[in-house]
Design a protein around this ligand. Structure first.
Ligand code: ADP
Ligand code: MG
Length: 571
């Protein structure tokens, strides 16, 4: 709730104006039955047509004024709720951008998406319904009660009792409803996650003919959402009519108590009954607003959770901007993923000079990707440290650091747009000349120039209209265009045929001009080209040296070579 108030405070002016219109509207509604009673008790009984007409016209004028106020407050309500929604979404987006991968892992992308869309909508709905009803309901309710007491004082205690019961019911409704709506949002998260997973991995699903299995997962999640919604709606389905029933019972009671009413007071009794329906209307409105409030409370807690997520990395001391040449040194560095039981990397120490090409090899899950992710600080070391040209990476300004270290990840990530847009992504001011040069080194120029529109070829989302090898070459070219001091190639030549891979690596070896290259691969033939090789297994360094040194000293390296090339030509 605090969250909603914080944002509403920014729009206090409009909120107050809209509330003023709402108040006037409520007053207009309240005046009608009183005039009606005057028409009945004074006009009709005395057959005074002039008086009837006069009161009739007054009632018409009041109704018109009320209608005008209603239009105005509706306009303000939609405007404010939409503006607040927009602000909350933007603030969340900005905050998420400051978070590190560890935070995102914890919050889960699908859940963040639900919170940014559906949860924000719940808050918008609440603000809109509050601005439409919130003030009106108590004014109408209390005003109507006061007028009932004025019109027919004898019946007041009965009314009091009825309203107390109604209030109690509303309170129960909120207590029981809150956890149910919270659950609905959680189920929605799960449904979004399942659909997202299916849609991003649709190729694998099709390849394994796993549609049935995936459909089952989806239908499970969907069924659970429906069930949670059903339960939440059931609460409303019970309470809303129950509250109506109580108030209607009050009307019957009112009439029963008034059975020996003076005939001259018939108009007043009519007005009281009318006010009683207004009370009921107010109570229902409050119940409705409370229902949206319950949902908004659950949603705002979920949004607050994102906004409260503290960036896992402390960046306050990361201000240095040393000249980066590319020398890397690890000192007893260990890393454990948040929530993992054992370290992914264990006590790593080694050093390479600037300009070295370091091959990194090891079985899957040995920690290769984790290791290189620590250099541009996607994550931070849990123990020990990583030095870049003698400076702890945690002290370097992250923007400065990431401009000097380019990562080509295992999975080629491209964006929708032209090939040129994609290549210029890391360096907006790159010239066509530079773009072509980067493409040439990455051996991407051939297939780009062969396609009809060349660099203006449009890519679908994630580059769906390219082959795996083409995507990999484009991501390498994109990284090269940033002109980094450290280039990390995370198994990103895996989809290239041996000949093309060899050509790309030849280009890099010859033309890297003092750039440090970390070349991860599963293939011995690939890492063999490097100046030094690091062999990892189970998060530990198994060997570090040249190919020949590793063949002599490192059992794991020999085993990998043996499995790939065969034992026959050993030594
Ligand atoms: P490689 O790149 O050598 O195949 P990784 O560095 O990807 O290996 O993984 C090393 C270990 O860390 C594995 O055991 C893997 O399960 C674990 N791991 C990788 N990424 C995460 C993550 N985001 N959260 C938790 N554990 C992870
Ligand atoms: Mg990997």
């Amino acid at each position: 709730m605090k969250l909603i108030l914080k944002y509403l405070r920014k729009h206090l002016g409009i909120f107050l104006i809209s509330t003023a219109f709402l108040t006037m509207e409520a007053v207009a509604d309240l005046m009608q039955p009183t005039f009606m009673s005057k028409i009945v008790d004074n006009g009709i009984r005395n057959a005074d047509t002039g008086l009837i007409l006069l009161y009739g016209l007054i009632m018409l004028a009041i109704a018109a004024a009320g209608a005008f106020c209603a239009v105005m407050r509706n306009r303000f309500a939609s405007r404010t709720s939409q503006t607040v929604g927009n602000e909350v979404r933007l603030d969340m987006y900005r905050h998420v951008q400051t978070l590190s991968l560890e935070n995102i892992d914890r919050l889960q992308p699908a859940s963040i998406i639900t919170r940014m869309t559906n949860d924000v909508t719940q808050i918008q709905d609440f603000i809109a319904s509050m601005m439409r009803m919130m003030v009106k309901a108590p004014i109408t309710g209390i005003g109507a009660i006061v007028l009932i007491i004025i019109q027919t004082p004898r019946q007041a205690p009965v009314m009091g009792l009825i309203l107390l019961i109604a209030a109690l019911l509303i309170w129960c409704n909120i207590r029981i409803g809150y956890p149910k709506f919270n659950l609905v949002q959680k189920c929605l998260d799960r449904l979004n996650r399942t659909s997202r997973e299916f849609l991003t991995s649709i190729r694998v699903v099709k390849a394994f003919s796993a549609e049935d299995q995936e459909r089952e997962k989806f239908s499970d999640a969907s069924e659970q959402l429906a069930e949670a919604n059903r339960k939440a709606q059931q609460i409303m389905a019970v309470f809303t009519p129950l509250i109506n029933l109580v108030v209607n019972f009050g009307i019957v009671l009112l009439l029963w108590v008034s059975q020996n009413q003076d005939e001259a007071q018939i108009g007043r009794l009519m007005a009281s009954v009318n006010y009683m329906t207004q009370v009921m209307f107010a109570v229902t409105m409050i119940a409705n607003v409370m229902n949206t409030a319950v949902r908004a409370m659950a949603s705002s807690a979920r949004i607050q959770e994102v906004l409260d997520e503290q960036p896992a990395q402390n960046l306050t001391e990361s201000t240095e901007k040393p000249e980066i040449r590319g020398g890397i040194r690890l000192e007893n560095m260990s890393f454990t993923y948040a929530g993992a039981s054992r370290p992914a990397l264990n006590d790593l120490s080694f050093e390479i000079e600037a300009g070295t090409m370091l091959g990194i090899i090891g079985p899957t899950g040995s920690g290769k990707t984790t290791l290189v992710n620590l250099i541009p600080r996607f994550y931070d070391a849990t123990e020990g440290r990583i030095l870049l040209d003698g400076t702890d990476v945690r002290r370097i300004d992250p923007e400065h650091l990431r401009r000097s270290v380019a990562v080509v990840s295992q999975k080629a990530l491209l964006f929708s747009g032209t090939i040129r847009d994609n290549l210029k992504w890391g360096r907006a001011d790159a010239s066509d000349e530079q773009i072509r040069e980067a493409a040439r080194i990455a051996c991407a120029d051939e297939f780009i120039e062969k396609s009809e529109k060349g660099y203006d070829t449009r890519l679908g989302q994630g580059g769906v209209n390219l082959s795996g090898g083409q995507k990999q070459r484009l991501s390498i070219a994109r990284a090269l265009l940033c002109n980094p001091r450290v280039l990390i190639l995370d198994d990103c030549t895996s989809a290239l045929d041996a000949q093309t891979e060899s050509k790309v690596l030849d280009h890099l070896t010859r033309e890297r001009g003092g750039m440090t290259v970390l070349l991860i691969s599963q293939r011995i033939s690939t890492v063999m080209r490097a100046d030094r090789i690091l062999c990892l297994d189970d998060g530990r360094v198994q060997g570090f040296g040249t190919h020949d040194e590793l063949m002599r000293d490192c059992r794991v390296y020999r085993e990998i070579r043996h499995s790939q090339i065969g034992g026959g030509e050993n030594e």
